[in-house]
Design a protein around this ligand. Structure first.
Ligand code: NAP
Length: 231
């Protein structure tokens, strides 16, 4: 059975773990405080889930999702991720992550920073533009008429294909937004960031039930993106 490794098991990590177990995948969860702190989540997920260290989750995963606050990306273990497809959900929030000059100056995107740190891995930006509650609400089987699409970006076509396979298993179509340098098109403050999946724009995200958005809607949102001015 294929395995999803998770570095970070908070809102997004635990949601992806639930979707993965429902899809028949094994999951290996990790966080910063140690496997023992994930016992309740592992018990909830059942026999296809276990908790480990970040390095063990990295080694176990056919795909590995990095889903930690961006400020901690340099703590992600690079060696055990060598040769692996890494899905990056991280977003830059200066109030949480402190100022990162190369992002403020738009010399880089957050996924390019992670790719630079994980030089031996193939990073694909994914799952960063959707509120975690909407991931749960909008997952659908392949072929469903109301399937939702998520954008992906990456520099390696084969890794993007592998990411697409994972998204499909978890319940989503994928829209290719281009290279990691194009990842800004679905970063915070763009039309593709969170908004396409809202049922009632104006409601707080945690009160909004979610609304499916197909590939055409996501493509239009990506095309409409305008890069905000550099700070
Ligand atoms: N929340 C959303 O709806 C959403 C949607 C899209 C993208 N994102 C982005 O995805 C990322 C994760 O968001 P989240 O809401 O899931 O965050 P979260 O609930 O705060 O969870 C963060 C997880 O990362 C772990 N972590 C922190 N530093 C780590 C390290 N050095 N090594 C291993 N694990 C570490 C934390 O473990 P400990 O608790 O043990 O420290 C925790 O399990 C963020 O960049 C966020 O902006 C969030």
């Amino acid at each position: 059975m294929a395995t999803l490794g998770l570095i970070g098991s908070g809102n997004i990590g635990s949601t992806l773990a639930r979707l993965a177990v429902n899809a028949g995948l094994d999951v290996v969860l990790s966080n910063s405080r140690g496997p023992q702190t994930l016992a309740d989540l592992v018990a909830e997920l059942g026999p296809h889930a276990r908790a480990a260290t970040p390095a063990e989750a990295a080694e176990a995963g056919d795909w590995v999702v990095v889903t930690v606050p961006l400020k901690n990306y340099l703590q992600i273990p690079a060696a055990p991720l060598t040769g692996r497809t890494v899905l990056d959900t991280n977003n830059y929030y200066p109030e949480r992550d402190s100022r990162i000059p190369s992002l403020d100056a738009q010399q880089s995107t957050s996924s390019e920073l992670l790719q630079r740190h994980l030089a031996g891995s193939e990073v694909v930006k994914a799952f960063n533009n959707i509120y975690f509650g909407h991931l749960t609400a909008l997952a659908r089987p392949a072929g469903a008429a109301d399937r939702t699409a998520l954008p992906i970006a990456g520099d390696d076509p084969a890794a993007k294909d592998r990411a697409r396979t994972l998204l499909d298993a978890l319940g989503f179509d994928a829209v290719d937004a281009g290279s990691l340098a194009e990842g800004w098109r679905f970063q915070p403050d763009t039309p593709a960031y969170g908004l396409p999946y809202l049922a009632e724009p104006g409601l707080p995200f945690n009160e909004d039930p979610g609304s499916p958005a197909d590939a055409a809607a996501i493509r239009a949102a990506l095309d409409a993106a305008k890069r905000p001015s550099a700070l």
